[in-house]
Design a protein around this ligand. Sequence first.
Ligand code: FES
Length: 248
Amino acid sequence: MSHSAVEVLWSRNESPTVKTLAFKWDQEVLPGQFVMVWTPGIGEIPMSLSSLGEIKTITVKDFGPPSAAIISTNPGNKLYIRGPYGNHFTRTDGKKLVIGAGSGMASLAPLVDKNTYGIISAREKSEIILTGNFDQGKVMVTTDDGSMGFKGNTIEALKVFDAKVDMIYVCGPEKMLFAVYNYLKDRGIRAEFSLERSMKCGIGICDSCSIDGFQLCRDGPVFSIDQLGSMKEFGVSRLTYSGKRIQM
Ligand code: FES
């Protein structure tokens, strides 16, 4: 479980609370896999990579001390990373749609190519990120308050989305994942969802990431729409970092 120390090469603000940091890391990572990023003395959190070339990136939202510490790592300083862990999205050469809400768009970004459409949702304009990854005319932005793009939520955008796609990939808050799951489950479309749970070890030891007999760090974080159908906890409850079960 040793960490690689990688130097931050550059950073870029994606929004007032989201920042992308780039580093060189000679490790193969597949779309949807995650790494554990450690800040000595503060903590370690799981993060998906937002680009996977020779120069890799993480796109971080300030959710608390560990993510704030990562965001404030300046070019020239080091990040401490271990992994990659978990399974990955199934690649398809056909047409695809990625649905990302908030910072969930970061883990979908490596899937985006010329055959990819996008629905990006957030509460308001300042939370919309990574629209520039899509070809012109292929991304629909929705905000709850109408400050950018379509005024409404992800489901309302899905109802007006009219391109035919072979696969849908989804990442974001579980409330949104649950709504998209319910919208898609009887429509016969292949879909994969990236879930989020508290993670401590990242390698199947601590069980902090368990959901209905699956461990997110080993069996996920990516699950098919059929697997989600067998999970009673999906969209209902989760364990906090301290092990307390809370309702969604
Ligand atoms: S994070 Fe420890 S078992 Fe998954």
